[in-house]
Write a protein that binds this ligand. Sequence first.
Ligand code: 3PG
Length: 332
Amino acid sequence: MPTIVPYTFEKKEEKVIDFISLIKNMKVLIATEKPFAQKAVNGIKEILEAADMQVVLLEKYTDKAQLLEAVADVDAMIVRSDKVTAEVMDAARNLKIVVRAGAGFDNVDCCEAKRRGIVVMNTPGQNSNAVAELALAMMIFMSRNEFTPGTGSEIKGKTLAIHAYGNVGRLVGCKGKALGMNVIAYDPFVSDCNVFTCDGVEKVESLDELYSRADFLSLHIPATEQTKGSIGYELLTRMPKGATLVNTARKEVIDEQGLKRALAEREDLKYVTDVAPECAQELCECFGKRFFATPKKMGAETAEANINAGLAAARQIVDYFTTGNTRFQVNK
Ligand code: 3PG
């Protein structure tokens, strides 16, 4: 096991001066299997190069070996859903900071990074609007028979239930209200009731109530040890007749066996997801138009979201190296 020297900002004054001169030779890798829009890449480069950093771009890579090679001498990384594992950190001997340009950071081994003194950050809120728009679009898509002939239904007047009222959940709620939906939400981590009341959203106190009232259930929970596999048969079968589960969060939060059983027993239930489950093929075959998954995660796939999240990531890296700002660090 190699000796790991954590990167610190101790002895502040001298060190900061040190880092400003060091920054000139620093290398930042943009590693995106699913690339940013060109405009975002240009913006990221502009910010980093203005700080005299070198930018290395690895896009659309198909093999982990390419990533392992590219990280060899970099000081910082900007990633999307790219996996940053202990193996990647082993290969990245100079790595000091990883910024996940986006919200969810379950793709980065945060504990391992912490052990090695590597800072991990996300860019919360920067791509939320894109994801929220997709969630609403998916509701309409399912209500209109996946845009195939036949009589559909409207989302106006229906109950939109939001599971987790963070940046994305809140935007989905406000947009749902604007479309005439009755919006309810559940989030035990939001203790300030004003957050719900000022959006005109009803706060409910239990998951049971949330699911049992949901014509559309929009999922916005992160994938953690606590949430993985937590949405299954019990909750899904509480949903009213004709309900639709909308997942723009993570596939791991679904208990797939429970989902299959619920869809098989309840011929009125629908599932639409931006994150194809392992059993996607089987669901397609068994449930036809009651199931839809995007071919590749596309919630944050807008030029605006790429620019917002990518540029925020670049600014956070420069800020970290020049001032030690760790405001968005997720592995403190
Ligand atoms: C996020 O967590 O920010 C979203 O899931 C977007 O992920 P992506 O950058 O891989 O599209």
